[in-house]
Design a protein. Structure first.
Length: 75
């Protein structure tokens, strides 16, 4: 029986981009959990806004969250 691979993984790099853009050697598990919680909270709060994608970018000082939505007036 073959291995099941999500189709999004095959498209990363040339058709689609990562939804989290940051790099950290020390706190990676904590940041992954924080990204998950941010996405979960925003999807719950913005259900009526038709959110299609949430991109999280981190630098050493700042956190930028970009929300792609079909209904920008709701956000």
């Amino acid at each position: 029986m073959g291995q099941k691979v999500p189709p999004k993984i095959n498209r990363l790099g040339y058709l689609e981009d990562w939804t989290s853009k940051w790099f950290d050697l020390r706190n990676t598990p904590d940041l992954i959990e924080e990204d998950y919680n941010i996405r979960k909270y925003l999807k719950e709060r913005l259900q009526l806004a038709s959110v299609s994608k949430i991109v999280i970018e981190r630098t050493s000082r700042f956190l930028r969250v970009t929300i792609y939505t079909g209904r920008p007036g709701i956000v």
